[in-house]
Design a protein around this ligand. Structure first.
Ligand code: ACO
Length: 385
């Protein structure tokens, strides 16, 4: 036990603990509001491209036309992967999950960066651009490699959203798909002190480098309680099968405490997650455009069933960002186990902005823990234990 005064017992899971200040985003969980550097998420999802939001997160203001085009070009030329990196990816086991591959390849990227450990603001901005540009290519390349296909080179004339879909499917995406992808990337690019952002800031606070921080964040995002919930939500929709089976499934699984509704509930939002509201609309539009309403109708019915349940009402459990994003992504043809890597693509700008903000005013993040184990045990030699 430490020799200072006994620490106060923190809230389990650090709930409601403020760990610092940030200019990047405001998450108001009571009112269901999300603001990036002063701008409402609804406005950004409606009007901004992913590149515009990336500029906003890295500069805390919206870009002028020429600044936006410069950033788009800088990102587009950085999207290319080296033959060495592709060759590493080709040697990975094809059964490896896309999130594990992403975590490994992002970590490997640092090995070819001679300035990986130079942590000046300019160097960190360069690394932020490089990671934001290369991660979509890594995700798309892995999808092709694991299916025995050659990765497709990025097209420098496209935006990140369009390029990702192009590299994934090998054909030019239509406008609707790009618009949904852009909105998705905008909506998920930043979110206060969530678990993966916190882990990136903890890594940075030890004076470790940007690649390490982003690798840490990817590992944290992977969990089913965080970014992994979008894939789990889609698996749940498949398990249920159709809208008319929702009520029975809910009674048999959720009411009995066997399962949670994946994509519902949130540590901070005790009202509807504003991102879920926008994604609900986008998922519906996409489903209507493809003429397949099965999954949207099922999700909508499950949300209504859950929201009518007294436990869900009492505990303020609403759909979160992962709920309708699962339907939107599935409808534009993203494989289920690529949903969480897509979340990572969206969040790299936010994570990297937090890394840069942490460097600007750093202090080692090192909380305390209450020791509750035994004390003063006598030493017993190994042969006598
Ligand atoms: N379905 C059913 N019950 C739930 C759900 C759910 N999705 N979420 C929370 N609850 C219940 C819990 O059983 C618990 O009930 P109890 O008090 O009777 O034991 C109560 O609500 C509080 O749950 P906690 O797990 O303590 O809440 P916490 O704030 O720690 O967890 C979390 C938040 C992890 C998101 C949780 O709501 C959950 O597991 N949701 C499903 C997974 C998910 O969608 N994750 C994505 C979150 S958004 C993101 O990270 C991008």
């Amino acid at each position: 036990m430490s020799d200072k005064a006994a620490p106060t017992v923190a809230q389990k899971g650090l709930q409601n603990i403020v760990v610092g200040q940030s200019k990047l985003s405001l998450v108001n969980g009571t009112e269901g509001k999300l603001i990036y550097a002063g701008y409402k998420i609804e406005d950004l999802a409606e009007h901004a491209t992913f590149e515009e939001v990336i500029f906003l997160l890295w500069n805390l203001r919206l870009p002028h036309k020429d600044e936006l085009e410069t950033l788009r070009r800088q990102l587009a030329v950085q999207m290319h992967l080296s033959p060495e990196l592709i060759s590493i990816m080709k040697r990975l086991p094809v059964k490896a999950t896309p999130m594990a591959v992403l975590r490994t390849v992002v970590s490997a990227l640092s090995l070819w960066d001679p300035d990986a450990d130079v942590n000046t603001p300019d160097e960190n901005k360069r690394k932020a651009r490089q990671l934001t540009a290369k991660v979509p290519t890594i995700v798309a390349a892995w999808e092709r490699i694991r299916n025995g296909k050659a990765p497709i080179d990025p097209n420098p004339d496209l935006t990140l959203a369009a390029n990702f879909l192009y590299m994934l499917k090998g054909e030019m995406p239509n406008e609707k798909e790009v618009a949904v992808m852009d909105a998705y990337l905008v909506l998920l690019s930043e979110h206060g002190m969530n678990a993966s952002t916190f882990s990136a800031r903890v890594t940075t606070s030890t004076l470790s480098d940007m690649y390490s921080a982003i690798t840490t964040a990817i590992g944290t995002l992977k969990g089913a309680a965080h970014g992994g919930a979008n894939e789990e939500a889609m698996r749940m929709f498949f398990e249920i099968g159709s809208a008319n089976k929702v009520e029975k499934w809910f009674e048999d699984n959720v009411k009995t405490g066997k399962k949670r509704v994946m994509g519902m509930g949130h540590r901070v939002y005790k009202a509807l997650d504003p991102r879920a509201a926008v994604l609900n609309k986008k998922a519906k539009e996409m489903a209507e455009a493809t003429g397949n309403m099965q999954w949207y109708d099922l999700a909508s019915k499950l949300e209504q069933t859950a929201r009518a349940d007294e436990d869900f009402i009492k505990k303020n459990l609403y759909a979160n960002v992962d709920y309708y994003s699962a339907i939107a992504l599935y409808t534009i043809g993203i494989p289920m186990d690529q949903f969480t890597p897509l979340f990572a693509i969206a969040r790299i700008p936010g994570w990297s902005a937090h890394v840069i903000e942490q460097w600007a005013d750093n202090r080692l993040i090192r909380p305390d823990v209450d020791y509750v184990g035994p004390m003063d045990l006598p030493w017993v030699p190994i042969e006598k234990r």
